[in-house]
Design a protein around this ligand. Sequence first.
Ligand code: FAD
Length: 434
Amino acid sequence: MSTTRYDVIIIGAGAAGMLAALEIALTGRVVAVIEAKDRTGGRIHTINYTGFEKPVEMGAEFVHGDLPTTVNLFEKAGIKKHSATGEAWEYKEGALEKRRDFIEDYDALVKKFKSLNNDISVADFMKQYLADSQYEELRASLKNYVQGYYAGDIDKASTYALYEELTGGEEKDYRVDGGYGQLAAWLEKQTRAKGVQFFLLEEVREINWKTLDVEIVTNKQTLHGKKVLVTVSIGVLQSEMIRFSPALPGKMSAAKKLGFGHAIKTNLQFTGPFWKDKAFTRGKKMSKLNFLFSNQPIPTWWTQHPRKEALLVGWLAGPPAESVTTVAKDVVVENAMQSLAQIFSMEPALLQQKLLAAAWYNWSADKHFYGAYSYSVVDGEAIIKSMIEPVENTIYFAGEGLHHGNEIGTVEAALTSGRNVARQLIAQFDSTIY
Ligand SMILES: Cc1cc2nc3c(=O)[nH]c(=O)nc-3n(C[C@H](O)[C@H](O)[C@H](O)COP(=O)(O)OP(=O)(O)OC[C@H]3O[C@@H](n4cnc5c(N)ncnc54)[C@H](O)[C@@H]3O)c2cc1C
């Protein structure tokens, strides 16, 4: 039971919460971080399970470009990354083909984008601009892209954001040597060294507040402080599992308008990279396989190319992932194995013999996330602006979904949002006599 009166209590020990804690603690303020899980990192979740050749990412895996906040922290922490390269392939109508673009008929799409006068949802865009039967494949590939990459719903996803993303030029993707978990571990270490107190395995249930006075009720205790910074996922905010008193109806209705995507990630470790063996690729040379797209129950797959690990990652995202929130582990892995057996035209028993270990995470079924990551919606900028406006210099919100821009939904977004809101919070301390 803590009797301390904290300057700032932060809810959530993910990337946003921990970087914010560090920034605030560096100014000498007394900070507590409350985290529902028994670990820090949140959606950065690198595991070291027996049977896998190397640490495996259950959550964030890629660094999407040369992102300033992430790169800066990696340098400080001595964390290295390597390029994720290789070829994209597609399994379609029983054949494996190399894929040129992520989107079919890219040039036709760009022309249609250019005729758009205001932002609309991707579903409306397809209805209004791509209704003709000649665009059937393009519609399917756009929907797959929004679901697969954004983990998003075409009824909510912003067409302007999609346009920017698709025409913004190729960005280089990287993976983190040894796993993203090192960033979480480094942030926790730095933060603890600055005196920040962590309360793990404590789920916040209520926030009772008045100006510069907050009472945080968890499943174990009540903590008191001057300000609270809430960094839980948009999914958790939308669920209203944290009760504010007095209530914040404006914030809650804004949160519900934001887009929060769903995903189930399955990591399968095999005895060797069978996808490099022409016996299983219908004679195709797929030794540089990076991404593989299909129409199977687990539709998207990727390797660790150019690294040699015999690991395949299966990805089911968007509304189809939301609708399978209750499936058991065996069902997920079985679906994944069946998908692979079909794609590589392999006897399921043979594939099973090659499987060494499996690990999966259904992020939507976990009440501390209720989904995977955010995507841009129509009017998203205005909604995010209203969400990050502090309530009476007392209640603040940050996290990956409250960062406006192309990086929304990423570790970079979480870090940037956490840091920016922390700086705003610090400045507002300085402008009061407290
Ligand atoms: C499957 C998957 C793949 C991803 N891939 C990538 C990728 O390749 N590249 C990339 O950059 N990003 C990726 N992301 C997104 C990235 O992981 C997130 O954007 C980022 O980690 C979010 O950080 P955050 O601090 O905003 O939120 P979180 O990490 O969610 O932190 C919030 C914390 O709040 C805690 N919490 C929730 N409710 C309560 C409560 N009531 N009381 C106390 N604590 C609570 C949670 O346990 C959590 O630890 C991926 C995410 C997932 C799920």
